[in-house]
Design a protein around this ligand. Structure first.
Ligand code: SF4
Length: 375
């Protein structure tokens, strides 16, 4: 570690020459959708038809909307469903059940999503920003800096496309359903708060206004933006909150996760505990195990003590072996060290599950593919 000072970009608005994505049907509330179709000279009920096609049939294609007159659907789709994502590359692993997709956005920015199908469930990891301004030391996306926030529709489109591919039987295992969404791709979700919350609303709204997913199956991760975590607790939508901690002590965490200089380990853990108290949802603590950096037994003990100091039964730990970024001197912990770390946490009574590293062989860490393409 160098201790080099980093500049954090916590701003919400996009910066630089990039513009706003075109307006999309999914950016609009149900009321705004009715207003938009009326402005185009169509009957108000067309809004519900379009929502049903998008969220239930998972299509945005005019050709598929055969219950609308041809002229109407061409006009409505042409105006309200601009193509926001273009698939550039798809990489698969695990017999085709892990699918990583690189998308180009309308302005050439690139983001990734990863679909992982397991027996009985399917999880999609999505991106909320192109790049990221938080500069975590071990992260490929952090090295890109923040290009811009994604719009609600740009995030939801990643989800629709995965749900469509599953429903169409394009992922081995027969036609299936998308059950889980995790905001663990590129970007810090809570730095793009408004669009991320609007996305969550689209995911959990019952059909036909949304995908009708269970809030508990939606995980919002954060590196610890405390005011936004507290705001999330007050939204009344009990999503799962995942706090990416990576170190239990401020000295190391401030080097690994520079946002720690703004909100300390204790402040982040306190906020995570408040989230549990307000929502009743058990919080996940994410911890990337980095060889000889943060994987010491004493750090497992300190983490266990800090979590227990707030109470019992409110938290679950997910250590994950680091997915190394090429050119980085950091790599995953030895399996024996990982086991010891897990055993120490469990000895403190903290439920602990090592996260699987699905897809790691396709291009390593999240954001790496887009970072390489951007270079
Ligand atoms: S780990 Fe997350 S918050 Fe940190 S730089 Fe990477 S994308 Fe941003």
């Amino acid at each position: 570690m160098t201790g080099t000072p980093v500049t954090l970009d916590l701003s919400s608005p996009s910066r630089g020459p990039r513009g706003k994505p075109p307006r999309h049907f999914v950016d609009l509330t149900p009321e705004q959708r009715v207003a938009a179709v009326t402005e185009l000279g169509e009957k108000p009920f067309r809004a519900k038809q379009l929502a049903t096609h998008y969220f239930t049939h998972l299509t945005a294609s005019a050709d598929a909307m055969t219950d609308l007159p041809k002229a109407s659907r061409d006009r409505l789709v042409g105006d309200l469903f601009p193509q926001l994502l273009t698939k550039v590359r798809t990489m698969t692993a695990d017999g085709g059940t892990t699918v990583k997709t690189l998308w180009h956005l309308f302005d050439g920015a690139k983001v990734e999503s990863v679909l992982m199908r397991y027996p009985g469930r399917s999880t999609l990891c999505i991106s909320s920003q192109a790049g990221c301004g938080l500069a975590c030391a071990f992260c490929a996306t952090g090295k890109m800096g923040l290009l811009r926030n994604l719009s609600t529709a740009e995030i939801v489109e990643q989800v629709r496309e995965a749900a469509r591919a599953l429903a169409a039987g394009e992922v081995p295992g027969g036609p299936g359903r998308l059950t889980n969404v995790v905001f663990m791709g590129m970007g810090e979700p809570l730095a793009n708060y408004k669009a991320v919350m609007e996305t969550v609303r689209r995911l959990v709204a019952p059909a036909p206004d949304g995908l009708g997913m269970s809030a508990r199956n939606v995980t919002v991760s954060t590196v610890g933006m405390v005011p936004a975590m507290d705001r999330l607790a007050d939204e009344g939508i009990p999503v799962t909150l995942a706090l990416s901690l990576h170190a239990p002590d401020d000295e190391l965490r401030s080097e690994l996760v520079p946002v720690n200089t703004r909100w300390s380990v204790d402040e982040a853990i306190d906020s995570a505990h408040r989230y549990f108290e307000r929502t009743g949802r058990r919080v996940s603590i994410e911890y990337a195990l980095i060889r000889d950096v943060n994987d010491h037994a004493w750090r497992a003990d300190l983490l266990g003590e800090k979590l227990n100091a707030r109470g019992k039964g409110w938290v679950h730990c997910n250590p994950i072996p680091l997915n190394p970024v090429p050119g980085s001197r950091w790599t995953a912990s030895d399996p024996a060290v990982e086991q010891e770390f897990v055993a120490r946490l469990r000895a403190h009574g903290i439920p602990t599950t090592v996260r699987d590293t699905r897809g790691s062989e396709i291009d390593g860490a999240c954001g790496q593919l887009a970072a390489e393409e951007t270079r």
